[in-house]
Design a protein around this ligand. Structure first.
Ligand SMILES: [Fe+2]
Ligand SMILES: [Fe+2]
Length: 325
């Protein structure tokens, strides 16, 4: 199992300078990375206080420095600032939906990356909820279809982009299925968090470039239970959201894990996340496995995976993926 990282270099995180340009209400220190004699150091450059903004802006505009960092403990403040600016951006009718979706994707990706790669605090994870709410607002208002998000998502399989992709697919499924606003948001959030149990599994196993041994697979198989435990301990997620983490490897006709549930014993949201999980797994590529095209993925799911997937939900998903749905 992973433990929290405590090395000096890892206490600093890169940030997106776009969110520094317009300022904000949060104040945190900004650092630059320097290397001398093979030693990396982080030097305080400015704060995000309005009086320092000119200095930051000038340096960004000059193109001399594009990389800025903040201390790990300021991540929450940074995400609040990013969220403030995302909120302003999505309410601007002049900005195209695709551009808004791309920005939201980038911030969410960053949050999930910090959580998975650095075992960041659950506080950071809660920022994802805020960004998912904005994404929901943006995609619902824009009546987004699957082709909108397929243009912004990462096609390389990484645990944090996979999590986000599943969240977005779930969100768009909910929008297309005309679910209530609460359900759409829960579905998107649960999709994004479905694999959080993997944050506690050794990355040497998760990143292995090849098939897993039985022992390794047995370890991976505990991630639904670990995810459930993490979410329950946070005491802020509804049961249908937690079940997406605990039940997304159950199979519709049984023999899945961890509980071997069958049919509607598996909650609706978990059955939906299973389909989005499989779809993203098939359409993204890994060093040892090529991705397949969307149409091919749907064919595989329909012809070879019917024991695992809810046929009714799969039918709707195929329909929503089609043109003009
Ligand atoms: Fe999983
Ligand atoms: Fe997954």
């Amino acid at each position: 199992m992973k433990t929290l990282l405590g090395k000096k270099e890892e206490q600093f995180r890169p940030i997106n300078t776009d969110f520094l340009k317009a300022g904000g209400t949060e104040v945190f220190d900004i650092y630059q990375k320097t290397s001398a004699f093979g030693k990396t150091e982080f030097v305080k450059f400015a704060s995000s206080h309005p009086s320092h903004q000119e200095k930051v802006r000038k340096l960004i505009d000059s193109g001399e420095c594009t990389e800025f960092f903040i201390r790990q403990e300021d991540l929450i403040k940074y995400y609040h600032q990013a969220t403030e600016q995302l909120r302003i951006m999505i309410s601007d009718p002049a900005i195209p939906l695709l551009k808004k979706t791309q920005k939201l994707y980038d911030v969410s990706k960053d949050i999930m990356k910090n959580f998975f790669e650095y075992s960041d605090s659950e506080e950071v994870l809660k920022s994802s909820e805020e960004v998912m709410a904005l994404t929901d607002q943006c995609l619902s208002e824009g009546k987004a279809r699957f082709d909108t998000i397929s243009k912004v998502i990462n096609k390389d399989y990484l645990i944090y982009t996979h999590s986000l992709n599943v969240g977005l697919y779930c969100l768009v499924y909910g929008i297309n299925d005309k679910m209530s606003a609460t359900d759409i948001r829960s579905l998107g959030l649960g999709g994004m968090l479905h694999d959080i149990g993997k944050a506690q599994i050794d990355s040497a196993i998760l990143d292995k470039k090849g098939p897993l041994t039985k022992e390794e697979f047995d370890i991976v198989k505990i991630h639904p239970r670990l995810g459930q435990e993490i979410m329950e301990s946070m005491q802020c997620y509804a049961t249908n959201v937690v079940c997406m983490a605990s039940q997304h490897h159950e199979n519709y006709k049984g023999n899945g894990y961890p509980d071997g549930l069958v049919g509607k014993e598996i909650t609706l949201f978990a059955r939906i996340s299973k389909i989005m999980d499989v779809y993203d797994g098939l359409t993204t590529h890994r060093p040892y496995k090529k991705s397949v095209a969307p149409f091919e993925a749907l064919k595989i799911m329909k012809n070879q995976m019917m024991d695992e997937l809810d046929p009714k939900i799969l039918g709707k998903f195929v329909r929503y993926m089609g043109p003009g749905s």
